[in-house]
Design a protein. Structure first.
Length: 219
């Protein structure tokens, strides 16, 4: 995972904890919230990995039971080991495995972000996340006005907060910081939407950012 990508995800978690007093947050307060965010990431990652492990244990036990109760092994002498048997409903097993893979990947990504943010050599992660937050503090009214302008037929006050926060981060980077390629910012905003928000969020966010990119002449 690249440092900037980790910083965007950390900023997203940071934004999720903002309240209406955002302008009163000091640099120290932001650092403290980030530290708490890293702890949340680590704790969630540990919980998700434990869930995945527990699911694997259950699946293994189910397979053992299925094997032991299969007619092939029920007819074998009692003092012999079970032999492998065909497994029915492979689609169901595949679905469960895919679910565990998804949990594992999210947990590993969370741990990687936490590791990035805590290593001195990777301080760019924490610093860039704070930079995005401070840019939003300075320009939050204009940023939200931009969202409202391009989110036609949507009241920003009723918009899904996760979508608003992803858009806020992207606009801060695209319009104010201007320190990362436009395509990277947009693509990673869509990845955040797919990971954290609703099923339709990615297309909604993409539509708004596409209009901003054109109107602001971003490249």
């Amino acid at each position: 995972m690249q440092a900037r990508r980790a910083a965007r995800e950390l900023a997203f978690i940071l934004f999720s904890q903002f309240d209406k007093k955002i302008t009163s947050y000091s640099k120290e307060t932001l650092d403290d919230i980030i530290l708490k965010s890293i702890r949340i990431l680590s704790d969630n990652a540990s919980d998700e990995l434990q869930t995945a492990v527990n699911s694997l244990i259950v699946m293994k036990n189910n397979i053992k039971d299925y094997e032991a109760n299969h007619e092939t092994n029920l007819n074998r002498p009692i003092d012999t080991d079970n032999v492998p048997v065909p497994i029915l409903m492979t689609s169901e097993m595949t679905e469960k495995i895919d679910s565990m893979i998804d949990v594992g990947e999210k947990a590993l990504a969370a741990l990687e972000i936490a590791e990035f943010a805590t290593l001195d050599s990777k301080s760019i992660v924490k610093d860039y996340a704070v930079k995005i937050a401070q840019e939003f503090q300075r320009n939050y009214k204009e940023v939200d006005n931009i969202i409202q302008k391009y989110a036609k037929n949507w009241d920003i006050g009723r918009m899904v907060k996760m979508d608003k926060d992803i858009l806020r981060i992207a606009i801060c980077e695209l319009v104010y910081i201007k320190d990362a390629p436009m395509k990277v910012v947009v693509d990673e905003s869509l990845e955040l939407a797919k990971k954290y928000s609703t099923e339709d969020s990615a297309s909604f966010i993409n539509g708004i950012l596409a209009k901003i990119v054109v109107d602001y002449g971003l490249k």
